[in-house]
Design a protein around this ligand. Structure first.
Ligand code: SF4
Ligand code: SF4
Length: 482
């Protein structure tokens, strides 16, 4: 009998290797089963209700069948439904964020990351609070409002107190009209007590990539350090939720293991969180392995091409319609362009992936955690998004209004996004245009805002949004939100 138990608190039972293998067998056996594929596609489609649309999502088995399917017209349909879900639930908005690297000290031995302990030639650095301030000012001056902080695992150099102090510093900086309104945190798996401290410090999402769900590979890829403990790492999200963090972000590093295995594991993790805590993951990130200091992605056998990558993203969109999908600057402009139509809802812009990178004149290539493919400025990324019909949004309203976890999910499901996220996106985009944009970006942006205001169906909301936009243009008042 299989040891699979979605509600178990043991990693090896909710991410059961046996269940994943069974799922892959089932998917392979049914990849040409048109009747089954059609019924899965039908289930994935948004259904109209009295107030808007709802989506049922898919189980890991159903989604794995779609991922295995290679029939061209069915694959096209997967992409079409993914785009439809994206537009119905997230509209044409794309939320913007940037990573902020605090420290590259790390005691772990992850073989795919240049910050691993044995890398003796990379310069180790940890930001002082003054340096954190300088980095935050640089990010605010670009127009960022939402950060994801990153730090290696090192109880001596980066203890939880250091992380908390940095969060406090970040929230305290207000340069000109700038403010960081949401700090998401990507640090190593830790204790319930530390998660509670992070919650009390007012973090947004706690993000932790699983890297790989395949236990054997996991142990080989993390040969030394506390991260070697597969169960402790895999059960981290349960501890985070126990510590009161409602929004958690999952992710695997595609390229380490076979992607179909990772895909099934990722969805089983999401199902586990939903079954145990009543809320699925807030976000899923889809990073692909990239080149860095002493890391050569070609030494890993499981790299995936752009087509497969797009298909994985689209299948995730169908399986977990209410979970945001994040794509970083690891990917090129071309790939990002394509993925934006497959269901991605958040992108980073103008990222520097080294400690202190934002205050350096030149991009410091030798100390980056990974090579950044998309090296454009935030102004350029914002303009590019708008030219392609997407509204760049700097909205952090849910976090500011305490709409996290299931309260956020109910907003998603209520059909009121058009009267909430949409005006918030337009107001925060106005802030960006007034305070930080080039003339060329301003011109495109104001025109877009004019057109997009017409989509707001509630006349009261429309009047308030218009009023707030005028206020932003004509005064220093900021942070209006629904
Ligand atoms: S991936 Fe994270 S834990 Fe692993 S070596 Fe890099 S910084 Fe350390
Ligand atoms: S209102 Fe909430 S869900 Fe909508 S874009 Fe803003 S933060 Fe996201």
């Amino acid at each position: 009998m299989s040891n699979y138990n979605v509600k178990s608190m043991k990693a090896e039972e909710f991410i059961s290797d046996e269940e994943i293998r069974e799922t892959l067998k089932y998917a392979e056996a049914n990849k040409n089963n048109i009747e089954l594929i059609d019924s899965i596609l039908e289930k994935a489609k948004p259904q109209k209700t009295a107030t808007g649309y709802v989506c049922k999502g898919l189980t890991h088995r159903e989604a794995s069948v779609l991922l295995a399917c290679e029939i061209p017209e069915k694959v096209q349909e997967i992409f079409k439904i993914a785009e439809d879900i994206k537009l119905k639930f997230y509209g044409n908005r794309i939320v913007m964020f940037a990573p902020l690297y605090l420290s590259n000290y790390c005691v772990n031995g992850c073989v795919y990351c240049p910050y691993h302990l044995k890398n003796k030639h990379i310069a180790r650095r940890k930001l002082t609070q003054e340096e954190v301030k300088a980095e935050v000012i640089a990010l605010q001056d670009m127009g960022h409002k939402r950060l994801a902080i990153e730090a290696g695992e090192d109880p001596v150099n980066n203890p939880i107190e250091y992380i908390l102090e940095c969060i406090n510093t970040i929230y305290s900086v207000n340069h000109k009209n700038g403010a960081i309104r949401r700090v998401n945190v990507n640090i190593a798996a830790t204790t319930v007590e530390n998660y509670r401290k992070l919650r009390d410090a007012g973090i947004g999402t706690y993000i932790l990539f699983q890297e790989t769900y395949h236990k054997e590979s996991y142990l080989e890829l993390h040969p030394t350090g506390p991260k070697h403990d597969y169960a402790y790492h895999t059960e981290a999200m349960d501890r985070a939720m126990e510590g009161g963090i409602d929004d958690v972000g999952l992710g695997v590093l595609f390229g380490l293991e076979l992607y179909k295995y990772e895909f099934a594991g990722l969805l089983m993790h999401a199902e586990h969180l939903e079954a145990v805590h009543g809320v699925g993951p807030h976000t899923i990130s889809v990073p692909r392995l990239k080149r860095a200091d002493d890391i050569d992605p070609d030494t890993f056998d499981n790299g995936i091409d752009d087509d497969t990558f797009a298909k994985i993203t689209a299948c995730i969109r169908l399986a977990v319609p209410y979970t945001g999908i994040i794509i970083s600057t690891r990917e090129s402009q071309e790939v990002r362009s394509r993925l934006l139509n497959c269901g991605v809802s958040q992108v980073s812009g103008a990222s520097r992936t080294s400690v202190g990178g934002y205050t350096e004149e030149e991009r410091p290539h030798d100390t980056e955690q990974f090579d950044v493919s998309d090296q454009r400025t935030l102004d350029e990324v914002v303009r590019w998004l708008m030219e392609n019909g997407h509204i760049p949004s700097f909205c952090t309203a849910c976090y500011r209004e305490g709409r996290t976890g299931d309260r956020f999910m109910s907003l998603c499901k209520s059909g009121q996004i058009v009267n909430c996220c949409h005006p918030n996106a337009l107001m925060t985009l106005t802030e960006f245009l007034v305070d930080y944009a080039s003339d060329e970006t301003k011109e495109i942006g104001y025109k877009m805002i004019e057109d997009e205001l017409n989509k707001i169906t509630n006349s009261k909301v429309l009047a308030i949004a218009k009023d707030n936009i005028e206020n932003i243009k004509n005064s220093n008042r900021r942070d209006f939100r629904f």
